[in-house]
Design a protein around this ligand. Structure first.
Ligand code: NDP
Length: 287
């Protein structure tokens, strides 16, 4: 069997087209969704992510503000800016690009963002709401995965779901979303014993490890749905291309559905950031 592809790029395009309509509807009511992105330092990957986020906003008519600080900035200056943005009526979403330089306590920064503007969904209040099954903002990457499972018509109720990875930005919220959707969820990590024994039971397998081609065909149950969150850069001797956490070529011969890298979960992450920002503006509209 060759697995069917769940095409994140196409889904992202469809969703972004629908966002334009929502932004226009808000505009007719005199509302303009706005996102503020704070970047500290010159991490090249972070610079690319921030540039892409700002461009994605522009493309659907969401106002964006990029605020850049040098790597040695005093955290107090960033906290003061966040306090200002928390009160700014033209800003509905605030995100601080991670990772931050050493002098920062990320927890303090994330908690400083008003929970109702925390479009990344990392604030403890929003994490708690998600854990209680009543989310306000869903972290963008796992939110994108849930949308992909929806278009793939994957019924999660009663299915075995295995997530490899337990980070706060991907693995943990992913597990909570699958649980909330009715799956029986196992979360694996670096201390898991006999990982393959878990993954082979999975009807739905989500890999968020950060290791190229980590999930091999013998770890996958025939007919499973495999979601590859990983984004890894291969070394120059292997072509320097982007590669997921799943050995795509071989796993696609075992799985029923699979997401590619690139063109899978990646394009969905920024798309769901736009969704969260627009939702924040729509919510304010109702309030
Ligand atoms: P982290 O490094 O924070 O987490 C990786 C997780 O994998 C950890 O929980 C770790 O376990 C686990 N792990 C590491 N080695 C093993 C192993 N041998 N067996 C089982 N589990 C293992 O990464 P992120 O969650 O931030 O990201 C994961 C991947 O997803 C990366 O490739 C990243 O680039 C990508 N990513 C993609 C996004 C997208 O838009 N598509 C967005 C965000 C991330 P432990 O906790 O025990 O250390």
């Amino acid at each position: 069997m060759t697995a069917q592809l769940i095409d994140g790029k196409a889904l992202a395009e469809t969703l972004r087209a629908s966002f334009k309509d929502r932004v226009e509807t808000l505009a007719r009511q005199g509302k303009h969704p706005g996102l503020a992105v704070i970047l500290v330092g010159e991490n090249p990957a972070s610079q690319v992510y921030v540039r892409n986020k700002v461009a994605a906003c522009e493309a659907v008519g969401v106002h964006s503000e990029k605020i850049v600080y040098p790597a040695d900035v005093n955290p107090a200056a960033v906290l003061a800016k966040i306090a200002e943005l928390n009160l700014a009526p033209n800003i509905h979403g605030i995100l601080v690009q991670l990772p931050l330089p050493r002098q920062f306590d990320e927890d303090i920064i994330l908690k400083a963002i008003a929970a109702e503007k925390d479009v990344d969904g990392f604030h403890a209040e929003n994490v708690g709401a998600l854990a209680q099954g009543n989310p306000r903002f869903i972290p963008c990457t796992p939110y994108g995965v849930m949308k992909m499972l929806e278009v793939g018509k994957v019924d999660l109720r009663g299915r075995e779901a295995v997530v490899i990875g337990r980070s706060n930005i991907v693995g943990k919220p992913m597990a909570l979303l699958l649980l909330n959707a009715g799956a029986t969820v196992t979360v694996c990590h670096s201390q898991t014993r006999d990982l393959a024994a878990h993954t082979r039971r999975a009807d739905v397998l989500v890999a968020a490890v950060g290791k190229p081609r980590f999930v091999t065909a013998d770890m996958v149950k025939p007919g499973a749905v495999v979601i590859d969150v990983g984004i890894n850069r291969l070394p120059p001797e292997e072509g320097g291309k982007l590669c997921g956490d799943v050995d795509f070529t071989n796993v696609r011969e075992v799985a029923a559905q699979i997401t590619p890298v690139p063109g899978g979960v990646g394009p969905m992450t920024i798309t769901m950031l736009l969704a969260n920002t627009i939702e924040a503006a729509e919510r304010e509209d109702v309030a």
